[in-house]
Design a protein around this ligand. Structure first.
Ligand SMILES: C[S@@+](CC[C@H](N)C(=O)[O-])C[C@H]1O[C@@H](n2cnc3c(N)ncnc32)[C@H](O)[C@@H]1O
Length: 408
């Protein structure tokens, strides 16, 4: 099973009837990026839009006819009108602009989607692991904070484990479901649901236990380090126990099967095929590559025969001590056999409680695991001979991981 990624490459939407009345969805956050576009977060999903979207989001802060907004924003320019129309369609098909009656209802996108939570609850190693850790660690006087409560599973478990008080924090619409789970389990007297991002949250008291399952396929890209560092500063007692208390990031050199690589990368062979088929020189496509921060997500069941060497430790973070939220490390290894398509796949080991480790390393393969492996093709040395020494540069900063590989 594969933890879903936030889809950013949605197909192009069709246009919307001009008489339609739309309004901005409830949970929309905008990020300004360095590029000529903005990032829009809605219900835990991310999409990109041109800067013009800022004007449109402002215009749709209350219900408005699409035609009226387009006329006001376009200002008579035909090209701008087309861009605005495409942008409105894009935002409507991604749940950023919704019908007024939908605004009040619980959405079905991003972290609200039932399927995401089903995947995680079906991952018994993960869910039982976190629940077992809570039962081991939580004591009757504890105040627990569960950051990213989702369906409320861990907050409910903490309450049933005897915590005096549980703060369940959830920024997406799935919070509405968590509220009902707390009621169904008779724990509303002890569990307070906070419907916001932990990083803007204030609590009436500091918590003595933090639990957060914000480990991504690219283990750090859900910003667990930033979440924990912020909580330690503002929301936890100095001696608070943290679940997970530590996380290790491992790199595994793998031989990527050609068929897999060719689903994501314009290889020479692929491009030659296009040239032959269409009679067009497509050689520039070979330079159009994934960047070293764009991993391919792989189902862990598919990769058993791919490794070229034992995993190497790239980073080890002890959450109970002060730690840096950006990481820059280097590790070397020797590949056991030749590879035409070298890549580095990430895995993690998270310590949930003393002696209880959740791992996605191939040696600990769990068929119920929903975690995928993030794979970074080694574009600087795709082909390596048996016995070659390679050096992996692993960097993480504010939700973005980059992995570079060189022979050395
Ligand atoms: C991977 S899910 C885990 C859900 C649940 N704890 C479980 O174990 O099934 C992470 C959840 O955290 C929420 N989330 C992520 N970062 C958050 C933050 N800083 N504050 C509040 N919620 C957050 C997401 O919306 C998502 O519902």
């Amino acid at each position: 099973m594969v933890r879903p990624m936030s889809p950013t490459d949605e197909p192009r939407p069709s246009s919307i009837p001009p008489e339609t009345v739309l309004v901005r969805a409830r949970e929309v956050r905008v990020r300004l990026t360095d590029e000529d576009e903005i990032g829009i977060d809605v219900g835990g999903e991310q999409l990109h839009a041109p800067r013009l979207a800022l004007l449109l989001l402002d215009a749709f802060s209350s219900p408005r006819r699409v035609a009226d907004v387009l006329a006001a924003v376009a200002g008579g320019g035909a090209e701008r009108a087309l861009e605005a129309e495409a942008c409105v369609s894009h935002m409507a098909s991604n749940g950023v602009l919704v019908l007024p009656e939908e605004r009040a209802a619980l959405g079905t996108r991003g972290w609200v989607r039932p399927s995401i939570h089903m995947l995680m609850l079906d991952d018994r190693g993960r869910t039982n692991g976190f629940c077992h850790a809570l039962r081991t660690i939580v004591k009757p006087e504890d105040v627990v904070i569960d950051i990213g409560t989702g369906t409320g599973v861990l907050a409910t478990c903490a309450a049933l484990a005897g915590a005096r008080k549980v703060y369940a924090v959830e920024s997406s619409g799935i919070a509405e479901v968590a509220a009902r789970v707390f009621a169904a389990n008779g724990v509303t007297d002890r569990v307070s649901l906070m419907r916001e991002r932990s990083t803007s949250l204030t609590l009436p008291e500091r918590a003595s236990v933090l639990v957060t399952e914000t480990i991504g396929n690219d283990p750090l890209d859900e910003q667990m380090l930033e979440i924990v560092a912020d909580a330690k500063k503002r929301l936890l007692t100095p001696d608070a126990r943290i679940i997970p208390s530590a996380i290790e990031i491992w790199g595994i050199a793998v031989d990527i099967p050609r068929t897999v690589l060719e689903r994501h990368v314009f290889t020479k062979r692929k491009v030659e095929g296009y040239c032959k088929e269409y009679g067009i020189d497509f050689s520039p496509l070979e330079e159009h590559r994934l960047s070293c921060s764009e991993p391919i997500m792989l189902d862990s069941r598919d990769v058993a025969t791919w490794p070229l060497a034992e995993p190497v430790l790239l980073a080890s973070i002890d959450m109970t001590k002060p730690f840096d939220t950006s990481i820059s490390t280097r590790a070397g290894l020797q590949v056991s056999r030749e590879s035409k398509h070298l890549g580095i796949m990430l895995a993690f080991r998270a310590t949930l409680a003393p002696g209880l480790v959740l791992s996605t390393l191939p040696a600990d393969f769990d068929p119920t695991s929903h975690w995928a492996h993030a794979l970074f093709p080694a574009f600087d040395c795709l082909a390596v001979a048996a016995g070659a020494h390679i050096v992996i540069d692993y960097n993480y900063d504010r939700g973005t991981t980059t992995v570079r590989v060189n022979e050395g």
